[in-house]
Write a protein that binds this ligand. Structure first.
Ligand code: CA
Length: 402
């Protein structure tokens, strides 16, 4: 299939992707804009362009400033939009109707794609969990006894989930022995996020097989983490202020429908799971390769295909007690790490808790982030016919503590 739109060679935003996001036509710094131009609307990325869906379809659901109302319509509406978009972009007869609603992607401002409902963060990479276990519980089994029986997670702070580009201000907080000050161990966590479209009823668990009925798509997440605040506060109730100061997400949500060629079997499980977590026939391993860059330099390439628990199992676990889903709920995989050093998705692993500083190309070293550092996470996955599906990026610059 080809399009009448000029698609740059190797674009990760071809006809097989069609991710949704929320944009406004003005660029930061543009001085003169009328109010209509400032309006946030739903866009589809195609090549180097964005399609203004509100303008093209006339459907006001795409002019609400978030994807929530459209995502709530469910899988049939998602599939119908995808079918129509493909038709418009492939058949030259539609060119004259579509072209007025195209804008260059580098001339728009991207916003948070969804009004985030609840936010849950998991801990589903065995390599990440084992690395942290070895660092913090030396001499004991690297995994806690529950780890292979359930996807461990916690409820995070949805109000501080922000779009890529939002600066991260170094947090202040209480640290070991009640010391107080700016975090000196500011870190990243490279993760994959899942966006819920269709809500569920209180008291009714969502089975593994219900995953694609509820979840619309996938984005990238950077779970900024202050390790010194986290280490002091986390016993016995888990992450709190060491995480809640900011969580960054990529602006484009890639539909599950774009990831059929990326679906793979998760790694072999050597421990039987309870029936509600069984995923035979519903395997949602996703062959995403993430890339983590610090000031433009590639630090690592974490493989999300190696995650032990899939997002479908995470969703089933998250609702097995009857907790309901809302449109806009976001849940994240947990730090993605692979077996190799250059596959680790956090600085605490890359620098082995600071003991092995990371050497950068400019001769400097890092254990944790310094003010002014820019961290960018990108990812891609296989699509049809050798095409790559891009997830865009989630980026942020570290600002000094106030
Ligand atoms: Ca995390």
């Amino acid at each position: 299939m080809s399009s009448w739109i000029d698609l740059p060679a190797g674009t990760g935003f071809g006809l097989a992707n069609l991710p949704l996001g929320v944009f406004s036509p003005d660029r930061p710094g543009d001085a003169y804009m009328c109010s209509e131009q400032r309006g946030r609307r739903t866009g589809v990325a195609i090549g180097d362009h964005v399609i203004d869906l509100a303008g093209l379809t006339g459907d006001q659901v795409h002019a609400t400033g978030s994807l929530n109302a459209f995502l709530a319509r469910g899988p049939e509406a998602w599939a119908e939009l995808r079918r129509r978009l493909t038709g418009w972009l492939v058949d030259p007869a539609h060119r004259a109707a579509v072209e007025p609603h195209l804008r260059p992607r580098d001339a728009v401002t991207m916003h948070l794609p969804v009004e985030v409902g609840d936010y849950v963060d998991f801990y589903s990479s065995q390599h990440h969990a084992e690395n942290l276990g070895r660092m913090f519980r030396p001499g004991q089994p690297a995994l806690t006894p529950n780890w292979k029986h359930l996807p461990i997670g916690y409820h995070g702070r949805s109000g501080t989930v922000r779009v890529s580009g939002t600066p991260v201000r170094r947090p202040l907080g209480q640290q070991k022995d009640a010391a107080f000050g700016p975090s000196r161990r500011l870190d990243i966590e490279a993760e994959v996020g899942f966006v819920v479209g269709v809500p569920s009823a209180l008291g009714e668990p969502v089975p593994v097989a219900g995953f694609a009925e509820h979840v619309f798509g996938v984005c990238l997440v950077n779970d900024w983490s202050a390790r010194d605040i986290q280490a002091w506060e986390y016993v016995p109730l888990g992450p709190f202020l060491g995480k809640s100061f900011l969580t960054s997400v990529s602006p484009w949500v890639v539909p599950l429908a774009a990831l059929e060629h990326a679906r793979i079997a998760p790694p072999p499980r050597d421990t039987p799971v309870l029936p509600y977590l069984g995923d035979e026939g519903e395997r949602w391993g996703l062959d995403l390769t993430l890339e983590v860059r610090l000031n433009g330099e590639l630090l690592s390439s974490p493989p999300a295909g190696l995650l032990y628990w899939t997002a479908a199992q995470q969703l089933a676990h998250m609702t097995v007690n009857g907790a309901s889903l809302r449109t806009g709920d976001l849940f994240a995989s947990g730090t993605v790490s692979g077996p190799d050093r250059d596959q680790r998705g956090s600085l605490i692993e890359l620098s082995w808790n600071g003991a092995e500083p990371i050497k950068l190309a400019d001769g400097s070293t890092r254990t944790f982030l310094e003010d002014g550092d820019v961290v960018t996470i990108t990812a891609s996955a296989p699509g049809p016919d050798g095409e790559r599906i891009s997830f865009g990026e989630v980026t942020g610059r570290v600002e000094p503590a106030s």
